[in-house]
Design a protein around this ligand. Structure first.
Ligand SMILES: [Zn+2]
Length: 355
């Protein structure tokens, strides 16, 4: 599952309007491919904990103040539209009757089925030491990572480019996309089809939002290009699901005053960003910030951080240990015990503070 986000809403007070974004989810919490994934088992544990201690609400209920006044209110969102959202997350969300919103890049419409950052990540091992995209050249370092001649890593450099350049990137890297033939790699790149998005939208638990048309960073685009990203994705999604699309989650959480204005003009009622990408740090009723998940945290600590609405580790004590394994074991048991205590305390504390 990819880029899951939770939005927290505590009672009717705006001070708790923050979001929490889980990363992608795979089968086994394997961070060796990249660190965007959490395991499906851990995802289920988090949903169970959220069900127990909070009220999971839809994004619509969140923005319309339909919240439970006695509990912490949490909205779940997923970015990017990975196929694993459909195959792994959907059954669990249905099992626990947990509403969620999926922010989709309708790449099927462009006859692509992979986001460009994943194409670079997964094709790079098969690609030559030097690759040309348009007029730009990228060379591999000794660890196989591409860098632009300016010294910027390829992903950072391409994040600043427009759709025309992204097209050239696909042309350059797709011949090396051998990972697409490896079945076990599918959860790490494969996107939902139009049929799957339509099926998702037919369940009243789920909402479909836009995540742009080509996953470009809006702040680096011209006004026309931004509007095209916003309207092309909206129209494509609306024609598939036969419902209006009101929510937009900015790729890379990238936004500023200009893109916020253009997004409003494109008839989106709400815009969602990642908490750590607050480039403009704009506060408005139609702007929602989110928290991200961390694949290295236990489900328990992750939910504790939701309650805390930040990512500070509850355990800050440093120790000296004889061996790495004993360090890990002791830290895990200590963290579990302390997190368990803090979590219960935190929930009660939050509840009493809000009264
Ligand atoms: Zn994204």
């Amino acid at each position: 599952m990819a880029c899951i986000t939770l939005i927290i809403r505590h009672f009717k007070k705006r001070s708790w309007e923050n979001c929490y974004r889980l990363s992608w989810v795979d089968f086994k919490n394997d961070t060796s491919v990249n660190t965007k994934f959490i395991g499906v088992k851990k995802f289920e544990e988090e949903i169970q904990l959220l069900k127990k201690f909070t009220r999971i609400i839809s994004l619509n209920d969140y923005v319309n103040d339909h919240v439970d006044d006695t509990k912490l209110n949490v909205a779940i969102t997923f970015d990017d539209g990975f196929e694993n959202n459909f195959s792994l997350a959907k059954p669990l969300l249905e099992k626990y009757e947990a509403p969620a919103t999926f922010f989709i890049c309708p790449l099927w419409h462009q006859e692509k089925n992979v986001l460009w950052p994943d194409l670079i990540d997964h094709a790079s091992p098969y690609a030559p030491t030097c690759i040309t995209v348009g007029n730009e050249e990228y060379k591999k370092d000794r660890w196989g990572r591409y860098f632009h001649s300016s010294g910027e890593p390829i992903n950072k450099h391409i994040t600043k480019q427009n759709r025309i350049f992204i097209e050239k990137l696909y042309d350059a890297f797709l011949p090396y996309a051998h990972f697409m033939k490896i079945k076990s790699m599918a959860p790490y790149w494969k996107l939902m089809s139009a049929t799957q998005v339509k099926q998702l939208s037919q369940n009243s638990l789920f909402t479909i939002g836009s995540h742009g048309y080509t996953h470009t960073h809006l702040t680096f685009l011209s006004n026309e290009e931004v509007t095209d990203e916003l309207t092309s994705s909206k129209q494509t999604l609306e024609s598939v699901i036969e419902k209006k699309v009101f929510f937009f989650a900015a790729p890379f959480g990238g936004y500023d005053e200009r893109t916020v204005h253009l997004t409003r003009q494109a008839n989106y009622s709400h815009q969602l960003f990642a908490q750590l990408d607050v480039a403009g740090n704009i506060k408005a009723n139609d702007i929602i910030h989110r928290f991200s998940t961390n694949p290295y945290l236990s489900a328990y600590n992750q939910v504790l951080f939701i309650a805390n609405k930040n990512f500070e580790l509850p355990l800050r004590t440093s120790f000296r240990f004889q061996s790495a394994s004993s360090t890990v074991a002791l830290l895990q048991s200590l963290q579990k015990a302390i997190a368990g205590f803090l979590f219960r305390f935190q929930i009660q504390h939050c509840a009493s503070n809000q009264k």
